[in-house]
Design a protein around this ligand. Sequence first.
Ligand SMILES: [Zn+2]
Length: 277
Amino acid sequence: MHSLFNHLSQLQELVLIRDEHRTTGDGTHMERLNDSIDQLTELLPREVKALYSRLYKKDHLVMAPMYNGCCAICGMRLPVSMVQSVRVLKIIQNCPSCARILFEESDAPHWVGEKPSRSAPRKSGISRFSAESLMLPDLKADTAADAISALSRLMEQKNFISNSDKLIESALEREAVLSTAMDNGIAFPHVRGVEGGGLTMALGTSRQGFVYDDAGTKVNIVIFITIPTAVSAFYLRLMTGLTESLVKEQNREALLAATTAPLLWKALTKATRYTVK
Ligand SMILES: [Zn+2]
């Protein structure tokens, strides 16, 4: 059963990567992704394949992580007996409300930041997802792994996310499927399934830059994002907004010129003021 859940999780991740690639990539990896998705779908046991296809027709999010006894996608509180059953992964359990296939990854990193207080004014723009404390100018990195480690550790240090070791591991697994580096020197490493809060974004800049992936893509701006599964589609909108603003060289230059966290935060806020709402 564990291997079946791994299989399904892999399939879901590939489908979401294809959605990302369609939104922000150049489309060159579409065929490879389609082939892998077809292969993995074919290899599912027959009755699971039927269930998967039925759910997939409704929404690309077929697998729902269980978090704090609730379905992390629709928020439904699950009966205690079901929670137990999802924990042991013996049989496929569908969420009673949204019908998605429930699973639990017990050591997955999760949000530990403060819940927004009701009296505080509602945040807007990029400050909904990030903060000055998550800015890392002068990122010391020679590889993607260095950059991802530095930004993950910063998220843990600043009390946003638990378990940075696991976070790094998951981000690198994601990079191994398809590099998130883009031609204009920006990389978007990310981890889905980080439940309990909202999207969280840390930004690192390296003036000298470094080679990010096997294709030799040179990167000097790294945007690391953790994503609760339920907002995977919203993540694509955020990516679009960020790329829209960072496609402009003057905005990238402004980020790279910032030498301290407050200056970098100011530059990011300014660069994204029309593209990230
Ligand atoms: Zn649900």
